[in-house]
Design a protein around this ligand. Sequence first.
Ligand SMILES: [Zn+2]
Length: 267
Amino acid sequence: MNELLTFGEIGQSIEEMSENAMIWVAGVYGMVFGSFFTLLGLRLPRGESIVLPPSHCDACQRRLSWYELIPVFSWIGLRGRCRTCGVLVPMTYPMMELLCGAAFFLAALQWHWGLGFWIAAWSAVGFVAIAMTDVDQHRIPDAFLIPLTVGLLAFRLFDHPLPIWDYVLGGLAGMGLLWSIRAVSRGGMGLGDVKMFGYVGLLVGISGMVLTLVLAACLGVLAGIGLWFSRRMPSDHRVPFGPAIALAAMMVYLYGSGFLAQYWAIR
Ligand SMILES: [Zn+2]
């Protein structure tokens, strides 16, 4: 008797393969969406159209070819420079694309196409746009925050691993906490950061929100040190906090519940 696979075993291995493929496909989609929402975060708050003009080099105005528009890989292939004029393309763009891809990938690994994945994807693209605007213009527009928060609230009605009040209170407490930090630091934190923590609380609940604040503060300090040593610190010494909040919130959403469960178990 030959060792033939039964139909059931074949079916199972095909299912496993397609599950693996799905996770990588999600990662690729994440990079593509990351690329689009980076553009959105740059152009919309400047009052520019998203479709026109087509993607071009900001320095020499040359329109980019298709192979210069592949997320992450184009930047690596062209060594971070424009092909014709040689101007440096900010590393922020491929970083946003890569992080968004990673968020989609890790979320798919955990939830496949479940609602948990869609909440991660929704938050990741929103965070990309917010972080890009905050880096570019030092503000977080309500035009992004309001639709994002309304959408997340709708998601949360259907998917809430914690009781729903935990998320709602997390959002309110997050805004309250950041509001008091803002009052004490006398404008060291923007009003956009305060409102963004409403979103964060709704995303990760009360304990997750506190963990996000701690993590974001650490990331912010690290970014500040990095900018200082690479001599790229802005002249007014203000480092936008939005990107640190976004990265921290995403990390807590993806892995925070395990961390918090362990923390409470140790206590
Ligand atoms: Zn150029």
